[in-house]
Design a protein around this ligand. Structure first.
Ligand code: COA
Length: 159
């Protein structure tokens, strides 16, 4: 069974993430969306909220499941019997950082391979922080996230 992990903070999950997750789901038997605690990033949504939003967003994909994690990504992948880490590459600016993470993860565990999927042009400049900023300014985010995520953002900023 080929199993891939698609890790991220998913604060919140966007169509850009979903593009990578659904394409990964066509390449392997099972995809585990690993929602990182990322405490250092002080996420807008709690780990539980980010996990629930990602679960609803991927409910239509039968071979995808969503799990929260804290700690090292390669440890999580090993626990889940996953052989591949799948990451999205948007603009060239992602490359340096992803290159460093892939090299470090390879050093930590040589049995786990990192694979990159290129984001399509319409999602090249999309990020969760752009979505959060638009929502905080009361601007529509319907082009970038699913309706339940847009609602969660509206509720969060109404508080
Ligand atoms: N479409 C849209 N946006 C995308 C995207 C895509 N395909 N891919 C990434 N992004 C955006 C995210 O929305 C996020 O946006 P923001 O910073 O504006 O909010 C940004 O890119 C960074 O993504 P993030 O999900 O935070 O991932 P990351 O690349 O910083 O890595 C982990 C997160 C969880 C993979 C990483 O921190 C990790 O592995 N942590 C575990 C600890 C560990 O093992 N450390 C050693 C690893 S070398």
């Amino acid at each position: 069974m080929k199993r891939a992990v698609t890790p991220g903070t998913f604060d919140p999950i966007t169509f850009g993430h979903l593009d990578i997750i659904s394409r990964a789901a066509q390449l392997v038997d099972e995809v585990i969306v690993a929602v990182a605690a990322s405490a250092g990033k002080q996420p807008l949504f709690s780990l539980e909220e980010r996990t629930a939003l990602a679960r609803e967003a991927t409910a239509h994909l039968p071979n995808v499941r969503v799990e929260p994690f804290d700690g090292l990504l390669v440890d999580f992948a090993r626990e889940q019997n996953a052989q591949v880490l799948v990451k999205g590459l948007r603009a060239i600016t992602d490359f340096e950082y992803e290159f460093q993470m892939a090299a470090l993860n390879y050093d930590l565990d040589r049995t786990i391979e990192t694979v990159f999927i290129m984001s399509p042009p319409q999602y090249m400049y999309l990020s969760s922080s752009i979505v959060r900023e638009l929502a905080s300014l009361n601007s529509s985010v319907d082009k970038f996230v699913q309706p339940h995520v847009a609602k969660a953002l509206a509720d969060k900023f109404a508080k």
